[in-house]
Design a protein around this ligand. Structure first.
Ligand code: MG
Length: 283
């Protein structure tokens, strides 16, 4: 919690190393969106969110985070491990039988930091809104954060939840959309265009913030802090966070191809070469 910006930037590179090593080790998983969301996670867990360790499922009087696009579990697991929710060495069990680090997060395995199963897209906003309302009923002033893929917004349940959040004035939630313009089958504009998403979210009654540099750590911290300052004003808050799928690895950027594909041995070596650090602490 007390890391400075330079330390968080180094940590972001280490998390990227973890992501590519994890998916390479089992030849499966989702590196693209994971790499694109690293700065969101390091900002959230390193600067913005107030949370308690050791983790408790109850989560009273602390901020909560719900990952709705559960397939980007590599960045979530690495972040949780690097922020001391569970041992970093456990990252080596990713996607293995009997591991607590399943391909998509579940609560059944009892992994600290995981509050809900996710991976079935479109559900996380409803979950987060429910948790936010529960906090209000409890007189708990904490904030609920959630993260969603932009492709995920094609799910109908999202729009029910958006309507609900505004109608019920759930103003203690900050829902971030990983606005990378890509999804598993191609560009979101080609698969099913979201149109003017900013205007649509506003029309649904949300306060909408937008950050074009979603892979700039300081910018991400700033937009999250801005969002925090907008809570409690009668409207739920959304952030459109522009990121690059595959950020940090040249051959993964600029395409949807690495949404759910693991690098081979040569590709891993190239990726790690691009993710250099003064002090590497690979698991
Ligand atoms: Mg996307």
């Amino acid at each position: 919690m007390s890391k400075n910006i330079e330390e968080l930037k180094s940590l972001s590179t280490q998390i990227r190393r973890d992501i590519v090593r994890m998916v390479h080790a089992v030849n499966s998983g989702h590196p693209g969106g994971s790499l694109g969301c690293v700065e969101y996670f390091t900002a959230l867990y390193g600067k913005v969110m107030n949370y308690n360790l050791p983790f408790t499922m109850e989560g009273k009087n602390e901020d909560l985070f719900f990952l709705s696009n559960g397939h980007i579990s590599p960045v979530f697991y690495s972040t949780l491990a690097r922020f001391d929710f569970f041992p970093v060495a456990e990252l080596a069990t990713f996607r293995k039988l009997d591991s607590r680090l399943q391909g998509h997060p579940t609560t059944h395995e009892g992994l600290p930091g995981i509050r809900v199963a996710s991976g079935s897209l479109g559900q996380g906003l409803s979950v987060a809104l429910g948790a936010a309302q529960a906090k209000k009923l409890d007189g708990d002033k904490s904030i609920v954060y959630s993260l969603h893929g932009d492709g995920e917004l094609q799910e109908g349940q999202i729009w029910e939840a958006l309507m609900y959040g505004a109608a019920k004035k759930v103003d203690n939630i900050i829902a971030t959309i990983d606005y990378n313009g890509r999804q598993i089958d191609g560009d979101t504009d080609d698969v099913l265009s979201l149109g003017d998403l900013h205007a649509k979210l506003e029309a649904f009654g949300w306060l909408v913030l937008e950050e074009k540099n979603g892979n700039d750590l300081e910018a991400v911290i700033a937009i999250l802090e801005k969002a925090k300052s907008e809570t409690g004003n009668g409207k739920p808050v959304a952030i459109l966070l522009h990121t690059e799928m595959g950020q940090g690895i040249d051959y993964m950027m600029g395409s949807h191809a690495w949404h759910g594909k693991a690098p081979n041995d040569e590709q891993l070596a190239s990726a790690l070469q691009q993710l250099q650090l003064d002090e590497i602490t690979d698991y």
